[in-house]
Design a protein around this ligand. Sequence first.
Ligand code: AMP
Ligand code: ZN
Length: 383
Amino acid sequence: MPCRRGNVLRTFRSRQSPFVSRNIYVLALESSADDTCAAVVSSNRKILSNVVAHQFQDQEKWGGIHPMISTECHQKRMPGTVRMALEESGMDMDSIDGIAFTRGPGMVSCLNVGANAAKTLAAALNKPIVGVHHMQAHALTPFLTSENPPQFPFLALLASGGHTMLLLATSPVSFKMLANTADVSIGNAFDRVSRELKIPWGEASGSARIGAGPMLEKIAAKHPTSNPYSFPELPLAMQGSLGFSFGGLVSSVQRLITKLGPAATEDSATQAAIAHAFQHAAVGQLQEKLMLALRSCERRGIAVKTVVASGGVASNMYLRSCVESTMKTLGIAVQYPPISLCTDNAAMIAWASMDRFLRGDVDPYDITVKPKWDLGELHAPPE
Ligand code: AMP
Ligand code: ZN
């Protein structure tokens, strides 16, 4: 019945928002990488639920994210995760005004799990949908969580398992890429070095595990910083240019481990010293690029007052203290989402969709995912 479907799509495309005078409630789904997430968030910044099903145990033996395992885990867990998010929020689908999902970037088969669940649920229940850019959502999280949200323009440092980028944000939908990684992401580098150092994954509460990156941070913290390294300092990559590279750093650590032999992984002091040296070099690269980006903004007359650091690696305490001390010297404030919202979550996806739901500027049910999605092509609000 094409006619009926056309009417429904036209209604949802309408720019007249049906929700303007009250709070609205969004159910959001995120499945772009290795976390299956669902959350319910209201337009007055309340996170009613935020459920994350990690895949640590499933992925551990692969030493990275295996797309097929990840897709299978999302397929198994998405229904239960959505159920739990609704139960924890105390809401049912009748009270949900719209459904948001991560449209990209990410692994296509993973993105499709969340997108198809969201679209089918929305079509069956006659609810509007919005497809969200994952990195925009990371950058906008402080607007959901902070008492004192950043003023535009600000710099967003997004350091995650899939990305390392510096963005200049001039509005909620206007982001200019200032620096990107030429090879692997900083999160991937932490995970690979942790594996090379044979650092075991840790136990957290219940059956949860602490992954490779946070475990490397824990081991690195055991190195007494007053102690000089007994090996050469690891190099800072691409010095003086606005771009990241972590591949060479990982190779340097691999060469160092080979040179030191079994002591590198079996002697805890040596293992901690290498972990610290790697973390120091990786974070040093972020600090240098932040300084370069700020100088470049200053030259162009752009007054940046805040840096927002988000993504899983931004929960690293060494990174936070180094970035904060560098920025303090320049009078720049640093904001982070709470640690639980630095890593992938659906609350940030719900929040990034909110403005579009409020404007009634929603997507059609036949929308497809965008595994590669340039932040410069974000959906701009209609004139
Ligand atoms: P995301 O892709 O935003 O979910 O972030 C996941 C990535 O962040 C993975 O590569 C993790 O190993 C890394 N990560 C999470 N916490 C930390 C930490 N405390 N230190 C270093 N890396 C971390
Ligand atoms: Zn992410």
